[in-house]
Design a protein around this ligand. Structure first.
Ligand code: ZN
Length: 219
């Protein structure tokens, strides 16, 4: 069973039951994949079996397929939320972290073109590498920022001020479809700059909310 962890080493008591994600939450990313910008959030779920800690080294899932990264701000849910208001969503946030929404892009594109669900492209074992979290201390959720570097090159720069669905209304919306449980994780969408990972890549994450991370894929 996977539990979220804090950078202090403390383990969040309740296990992760699911990871709730949003697609196309940054207009520039929707454009780079030639997708229309949605009017309501596109939600999907990764199972807890997809979660793998972003240790200093970790193995890339996907069993040899082309795996693409999407670097995303992750939110740790601290309290049960169902049909919550944005204010209640804020009060339920336990931590801020970073994640990779790993995607088998070829598989996803093929399934999308056939009008089929693309679960297997997003929910495979290891499809959600997750950082340790910093405790949420009331930061302005519209002023968070992070950068993702691949082999020393800046690839993605996420600013929550650019989100189509700001985080608190987004969490409230998610909770109108799925009850969020303490220990659950929310991925808030990817900015532009997605691309392929290779099995010996070096990954660096920086943020303005206290999560910094260097890791290497171990094949
Ligand atoms: Zn994503």
């Amino acid at each position: 069973m996977q539990h979220a962890r804090f950078v202090s080493g403390e383990v969040f008591p309740q296990p992760i039951s699911k990871v709730v994600c949003v697609g196309r939450n940054y207009a520039e990313h929707a454009k780079e994949l030639n997708n229309p910008v949605p009017t309501t959030p596109i939600l999907f779920i990764k199972p807890n079996s997809a979660v793998v800690p972003m240790a200093p080294e970790f193995a890339l899932g996907g069993e040899g397929a082309e795996v693409h990264y999407e670097a995303e701000l992750a939110i740790l849910v601290g309290q049960r939320l169902s049909r919550a208001t944005p204010e209640a969503a804020r009060a339920a946030i336990a931590g801020l972290g970073l994640a990779l929404d790993l995607t088998l892009r070829d598989v996803q594109s093929d399934l999308k073109s056939k009008g089929l669900p693309w679960e297997i492209a997003k929910s495979f074992d290891g499809a959600c590498p997750l950082s340790d979290f910093v405790p949420y201390q009331g930061q302005d959720m519209t002023a968070l920022e992070y950068r993702f570097y691949l082999n020393g090159e800046l690839r993605q720069h996420g600013q929550t001020s650019d989100m189509l669905n700001p985080i608190l209304p987004l969490i409230a919306h998610m909770s109108s479809h799925f009850t969020l449980l303490p220990g659950d994780v929310i991925l808030t969408g990817t900015p532009k700059g997605v691309g392929r990972l290779h099995r010996t890549d070096a990954l660096v994450f920086e943020s303005n909310f206290g999560v910094q991370l260097q890791t290497r894929l171990s094949g």
